[in-house]
Design a protein around this ligand. Structure first.
Ligand code: ADP
Ligand code: MG
Length: 508
């Protein structure tokens, strides 16, 4: 009998005071010693246990428990004897209250002088708390993962060297990269040159959002296809033990919002423009009316005087100047009156292409067109509108004359009609190959009396009249495109739907 079996050695007192239930087997699985905690755990007397085989004890005291040996697993005790190294098994069980628990059973060999396994010592540790924490942690992780993946904001994390370590679905769409193929992509490739560096500088700046934080900032990110996308982003540096380990960013696509803002701004500008035109129209009408009568008498008396002069009188030239300039004033007044006319336009159904034919018929023979190539690119179907045709001709003639002025008499003038069937709009576009409109002037060209032309050449009323007329006809006029290569003005009108077209046909 050994010390262990005799129970006389001081080591056995240590064994007894261990706080883990512990049991010692012979290699043939008979129990030779158990400590106090083990007996407490099983609630039995030592004499009932000693000398019995572990399988018998397990069956008697753990009838519900699955052990490796009764569930197709390898017996850890046998394995310990065979391998002469420690073995660990994790057992799951449910207590009488239905709570899930885990036990870790550690088997260690006790070797004899020859190196053979004399005994195996098994200690049982309750690891339920750790296991439950682990489970809770992985549950939380899974939840966070799901929240991140389903977020509509793009979320990206990168390590210290800028390698992508996490990317959610929204970020995949926004940046055009797949989360699975980011091995060779650095976070710097996700921005236009210099932006990533700038963000890192701001992140580390204590003055901007605090250390390691970037408050909402507007930047451009770069999609895989090379396009830059405006976004709003926030960022953080992730620290571990005070050291930077990673950075993360949250991105929101701004394209839709910017589009809406732009449309609102345009609508606002149009509103201001119409208000301005309306009040100016009223003012102009009054002034024009007042001036018209004196002008008529100037014309009358000046021409009477000229008639009375002898031939080649030195004052004849001056009187001719007076008459010419007064005529010009009358022309302006006439335009002003037309512009401020409050009458409703007389609207009829007609084909938009007719406006091109009628207008060109009126002006084409002028020497103005000598070096102008006119391209007519007309919509092949009858593009029907309901508007005041005369007014539309006036608008188009204004645009054509402006275009020829812009080309300084030499260039290509394109007149293009087409239908946007989706939006139900008909368009007439006038494109020239002139020098374009400067960014500054663009906001002023529809203002009455705004002209960049030399004195005596422009009245600055053409476009503002066109603007008012298009509004009266439920349409609009706008600069579609302008650059140093040329300008396109567009006239937009509601296209008459097919049902009305039939009506039109029946009218003739
Ligand atoms: N096709 C065009 N290309 C370049 N500038 C243009 C064009 N059409 C109009 N503009 C600019 O808009 C201004 C206002 O035009 P408008 O109201 O017709 O007055 P005006 O022709 O009497 O100057 C012009 O003076 C010119 O600066
Ligand atoms: Mg003009």
């Amino acid at each position: 009998m050994t010390d262990i079996e005799k129970g006389s050695d001081w080591r056995l007192r240590v064994f007894d005071s261990m706080s883990f239930p512990t049991v010692i087997f012979k290699p043939d699985k008979t129990i030779v010693a158990v400590n106090k905690r083990y007996l407490e755990k099983l609630g039995v007397e030592e004499s009932l246990i000693l000398g019995r085989s572990c399988q018998v004890v397990n069956l008697e005291y753990y009838p519900e428990q699955k052990f490796p040996c009764n569930s197709n697993g390898e017996c850890p005790l046998t394995k310990t004897v065979k391998c002469r190294t420690g073995q660990t098994v994790l057992l799951k069980h449910t207590d009488q209250h239905g709570h899930l628990g885990w036990e870790e059973r550690v088997f260690s060999p006790i070797l004899g002088v020859t190196g053979e396994v004399d005994y195996v010592i098994e200690s049982i540790r309750d690891v339920s708390r750790v296991k439950n924490l682990e489970k809770m942690y992985s549950g939380i992780r899974e939840l966070i993962d799901r929240v991140v993946q389903s977020s509509v904001s793009g979320i990206i994390a990168a390590d210290r060297r800028g390698r992508i370590i996490m990317m959610n679905k929204a970020a995949e769409v926004l940046f055009g990269h797949s989360a699975y193929y980011t091995d060779n992509v650095n976070i710097e490739n996700f921005y236009p040159p210099g932006v990533a560096r700038d963000i890192m500088v701001k992140l580390r700046d204590e003055q901007i959002g605090g250390r390691g934080k970037l408050p909402i900032t507007r930047v451009n990110i770069r999609h895989k296809d090379g396009t830059d996308i405006p976004v709003e982003m926030t960022g953080v540096i992730i620290y571990e033990d005070g050291m930077e380990t990673a950075t993360a960013g949250i991105f929101n696509d701004l394209r839709d919002r910017l589009d809406v803002e732009r449309q609102l701004k345009d609508a606002h500008a149009q509103l201001i423009q119409s208000e301005k035109l309306a009040s100016l129209g009223r003012l102009a009408a009054g002034v024009a009316h007042e001036i018209n009568n004196p002008l008529t008498s100037i014309l009358l008396y000046a021409s009477l005087m000229r008639e009375k002069l002898e031939k080649d009188h030195p004052l004849e030239k001056n009187l001719t100047y007076i008459l010419e300039d007064t005529e010009r004033c009358k022309e302006i007044v006439k335009n002003l009156l037309a512009y401020s006319r409050q009458t409703n336009p007389t609207r009829n159904y007609f084909k938009l292409n007719d406006v091109i034919d009628d207008s060109l018929r009126l002006i084409r023979d002028q020497k103005l067109f000598l070096h102008i190539k006119v391209i007519e690119d007309k919509w092949p179907q009858p593009l029907l509108v309901n508007a005041d045709k005369n007014q539309l001709c006036q608008v188009l003639i204004n645009l054509i004359i402006n275009a020829i002025d812009a080309m300084e008499g030499r260039g290509v003038l394109t007149l293009h009609t087409y239908e946007d069937t989706v939006r139900g709009k008909a368009f007439l576009e006038v494109t020239d190959t002139g020098g374009g409109i400067s960014e500054d002037d663009k906001s002023k060209i529809f203002d009455p009396f705004f002209s960049t032309k030399e004195l005596g050449k422009g009245t600055g009323l053409g476009l503002s009249m066109a603007y008012g007329m298009m509004e009266e006809n439920h349409g609009r006029i706008f600069v579609k495109e302008t650059c140093t290569q040329g300008t396109t003005f567009a006239l937009e009108l509601p296209a008459v739907p097919l049902s009305e077209l039939i009506l039109f046909d029946s009218i003739g």
